[in-house]
Ligand binder design. Structure first.
Ligand code: CMC
Length: 393
């Protein structure tokens, strides 16, 4: 077995080769299959980017139409799965509902579980892309006690999701095209990020040859933590707290530096980006645009910008190369759109889904894949004799 190397958090260990996403953390570069994130955010759509990540190339018009059409045809949930939502408490966290319901897909769609049958993999790919937004919107509807709406496939992907989330049967829902587009761009920005915690989880679970639904469900659970996808909810809660305490940004920064109660500046720092997060730049601009569009002035946006300014001048953050990450401004946009903070991480999950699928498929197709099985360095007691219960003090 040879010598093992200790590498907590896998800071320096590559577990796979990948052709999907390239990051240069020092230069602030992010490419999906070679295409710069800035150009994709500007010119493409979320389904186009999903196709690119999953199949390797940008789709032709016909390929995109077919992909969209197939997803549309699977956007409803099995009626029994709709009833599943009744079993959860009203105040359940949407991420817990989402991962449970995605795991349950493997009980409803047993005809698409074989990881080595390309037709099964394709069917589970389309089902996930189609059903995860429906599930996420139902998690929200359940939490506010409103009826679940069936999808309307005449609408495009994001507008359909917004309607299922914010529409009610008693009224015709009109989504604002500017907001739909803004959410589409946010999904593009989240679509993949190479071997982050949730994606590595999807690969690790999949490496045991567990099916795609189950692997993605595990990825959703990994995403839910505050150091990963849960950071977008945590940022908003942090800003709210600062506002409630009188808006004193400097004193909050001081508490973070003093490591008071383990406080971190949520939405700051990244394992790989040590210059800036290219996604954060686009999101900051989008936050300003969306709020201007809604003619909302947002005290929390002002606080966030002040916080960024103060932190970026402070040696604590500068010397540790801590910059705003993608999660710093996203919550402000989601909030302006009407989403409660508890839903933010579920939005991240919808965005990250094509990345998880693409990475799982790459893992399954790669002949070099072995079951994921990290080693350890044992530091516990040496061998010692067992003491019968009555002889122990
Ligand atoms: N606030 C204050 N100090 C920080 C922060 C922060 N947000 N992030 C890192 N540090 C400090 C940390 O205490 C350590 O200092 P020292 O060397 O004196 O002990 C140093 O910076 C290095 O930090 P680390 O924890 O070793 O870095 P990491 O690569 O293990 O963690 C991170 C990366 C993203 C988990 C971390 O920066 C963090 O907790 N950030 C806040 C949570 C957050 O915004 N997460 C979203 C990440 S981006 C999108 C996503 O993945 O979901």
């Amino acid at each position: 077995t040879g010598r093992v190397t200790l590498d907590p958090g896998f800071g320096n260990t590559a577990a796979c080769t990948s052709e999907i996403t390239y990051i240069d953390g020092d230069a602030g570069v992010l490419l999906y299959r070679g295409y710069p994130i800035e150009e994709l955010a500007e010119g493409s759509s979320f389904l186009e980017v999903s196709y690119l990540l999953i199949y390797g190339e940008l789709p032709s018009r016909e390929q995109l139409d077919q992909f969209t059409d197939r997803i549309g045809r699977h956007s409803m949930l099995h009626e029994d799965l709709r009833r599943f939502f009744d079993g959860f408490p009203r105040d359940a966290h949407p991420m817990a509902v989402l991962s449970s319901a995605v795991s349950a897909l493997s009980t409803f769609y047993q005809d698409s579980l074989d990881p080595f049958d390309p037709e099964h993999v394709e069917a589970s790919t389309i089902r996930l892309m189609a059903k995860v937004p429906t599930i996420a919107s139902y998690a929200y509807k359940k939490s506010i006690g409103q009826p679940l709406l069936y999808p309307d496939n005449s609408l495009e992907y994001v507008s359909n999701f917004l309607r299922m989330t914010f529409g009610v049967p008693a009224e015709t829902y009109q989504s604002d095209p500017v907001l739909s587009r803004a959410l589409d761009v946010l999904f593009v920005l989240h679509a993949d990020h190479e071997q982050n915690c949730s994606t590595s989880t999807v690969r690790l679970v999949g490496s045991s040859q567990a099916n795609l639904f189950t692997s993605v469900s595990a990825g959703i659970d990994a995403l839910s933590g505050p150091l990963h996808g849960g950071a977008n909810q945590a940022v908003l809660e942090m800003l709210e707290q600062i506002r409630q305490e009188g808006g004193d940004v400097a004193s909050f920064v001081r508490r973070v530096k003093d490591r008071e109660a383990g406080a971190r500046l949520m939405g700051f720092g990244h394992r790989v980006y040590k210059n800036y997060d290219p996604r954060a730049k686009i999101v900051k601009q989008a936050a300003q645009d969306v709020l201007a569009r809604l003619s909302q002035s947002d005290q929390l946006l002002d606080l966030a910008m002040e916080l960024e300014e103060v932190a970026l001048k402070d040696d604590f953050f500068v010397s540790r190369k801590l910059y705003p990450n993608v999660d710093f401004y996203t919550g402000l946009i989601y909030r302006a759109m009407g989403f409660p903070a508890k839903m933010f991480t579920a939005l991240f999950a919808i965005g990250r889904l094509p990345g998880w699928i693409a990475q799982w498929r790459e893992m399954i197709d790669d002949p070099a894949t072995r079951i994921g099985r990290p080693r350890q360095v044992y530091v516990g007691p040496q061998r010692r004799p067992y003491q019968p219960l009555e002889k122990r003090g």
